[in-house]
Design a protein around this ligand. Structure first.
Ligand code: SF4
Length: 312
C-alpha cells in the first residue's frame, strides 16, 4: 500500500512535471467534470463535453491534452481541425457511445424514412456523421423542438430520450436501446435510503438516470446545469445523482455546502482511466493523436455545427 505522505509527494511531483511539460510544448490541458480530482486541480479548463469542445476551438493553443473519453476528443478534433488533440489513454472509451453504430443507424433510418435523427453528443463520430443534428443533455429538449420533422429517431441514450419525450409531447420519439452503464446502476431504493440518511438534502439527477430515479429528484439537468443549480439553491446539502467526479467542482464553488453520493457503484471506470502519470506520458510522447477519417469529419462536423446554430 502507498503511504499517504508518499502519495501526496508523488502527486505534487507529477503535477509539477505536467505543468512544465505543458509550458514547454505550449499545450492546453482540458478535463471533463468526471475526471479525477488531481487532474481537475491542474486543468486549464474543466467542463462538460460540449463546453470543452467549444473552448478548445476558442483557445490559442495548438496542442490540446483532452482528459476525458474518446467521443469527446473526437468532437473537439472535428470542431478544431487545425489543432492536435491528444487523448492520454487510448482505451478511454464510452460504453454508451459504443451502443450505436453507423450501420445500425442507417438500417433504422430505412425503417423510418420520414424521421430525422438527433444524436446525443455521447456518440461516435461515425454515428454523428449518419445523424441530422447533435444535442447535449442541456439542450436536447431545445434541439428536438427545433426540428421540422414530427418523428425523431433519438440515439443512443434511451433515458435521455424518454426525458425529452416527456417534455416535447408534440413529437414522436423513436428511442435507441442504449444507456449509460454508470447512470443505469443507480436505483430508486438507493436514492430513498440516502434521502432517509440525509433528510435535509435535495436530490438532483442527470437525465441519463432511470425514469423512477428522476421522479425522486427536485432538479434534473446536465452537469453544467447541476453545478449552477447547487450554487443558486438555498439548500445546504445535496445528494448528487451523477458521476461523483463532479463533486470536486461543487465543493470548490460551494465550500459551505455538503454533497453525498447515493451509491458506491457510480464510478465511470473509463473516465477514471486517465491518471497524472498518463497525462505526463501523453505530453512527453505527444500521444494519442485523435484522427477522424476525412469522409466522416465532413458530415459529423455538420451535425455539431447545426446544434450550435440552433442553441446560439
Ligand atoms: S459516465 Fe456514462 S456516458 Fe459518460 S463516459 Fe462514462 S459510460 Fe459514457
Amino acid at each position: 500500500m502507498i503511504r499517504p505522505e508518499f502519495d501526496a509527494k508523488y502527486k505534487e511531483h507529477l503535477q509539477r512535471k505536467i505543468k512544465e511539460l505543458k509550458k514547454s510544448c505550449g499545450a492546453l490541458l482540458v478535463a471533463h467534470n468526471y475526471q479525477r480530482d488531481e487532474i481537475q486541480e491542474i486543468a486549464d479548463i474543466v467542463g462538460d463535453s460540449y463546453a470543452l469542445a467549444r473552448d478548445v476551438k476558442l483557445a490559442p493553443e495548438k496542442t490540446i491534452v483532452f482528459c476525458g473519453v474518446k467521443f469527446m476528443a473526437e468532437s473537439a478534433a472535428m470542431l478544431s481541425p487545425e489543432k492536435t488533440i491528444l487523448l492520454p489513454v487510448e482505451e478511454a472509451g464510452c460504453p454508451l457511445a459504443d451502443m450505436a453504430t453507423a450501420d445500425k443507424l442507417r438500417k433504422k433510418r430505412e425503417q423510418y424514412p420520414e424521421a430525422a435523427v438527433v444524436c446525443y453528443v455521447n456518440s461516435t463520430a461515425a454515428v454523428k456523421a449518419e445523424s441530422d443534428i447533435c444535442c447535449t443533455s442541456s439542450n436536447a429538449i431545445q434541439v428536438v423542438k427545433s426540428m421540422k420533422e414530427d418523428k425523431i429517431i433519438f440515439v443512443p441514450d434511451k433515458n435521455l430520450g424518454r426525458y425529452v419525450r416527456e417534455h416535447v409531447p408534440e413529437k414522436e420519439l423513436i428511442l435507441w436501446d442504449g444507456y449509460c452503464v454508470v447512470h443505469m446502476r443507480l436505483t430508486r431504493e438507493e436514492v430513498i435510503t440516502t434521502k432517509q440518511l440525509y433528510p435535509g438534502a435535495e436530490f438532483i439527477a442527470h437525465p441519463e438516470c432511470r425514469r423512477e430515479v428522476l421522479e425522486e429528484a427536485t432538479y434534473v439537468g446536465s452537469t453544467a446545469g447541476m453545478l449552477k443549480y447547487v450554487g443558486e439553491s438555498p439548500s445546504e446539502e445535496f445528494i448528487v445523482g451523477t458521476e461523483p467526479g463532479i463533486i470536486y467542482r461543487m465543493k470548490r464553488n460551494n465550500p459551505e455546502k455538503k454533497f453525498y453520493i447515493p451509491t458506491d457503484q457510480f464510478i465511470c471506470a473509463n473516465m477514471k482511466l486517465t491518471t497524472l502519470g498518463w497525462v505526463a506520458r501523453s505530453l512527453e510522447k505527444q500521444i494519442y493523436k485523435i484522427e477522424v477519417p476525412e469522409n466522416v469529419v465532413k458530415k459529423a462536423r455538420r451535425t455539431l455545427e447545426r446544434m450550435i446554430e440552433v442553441v446560439k
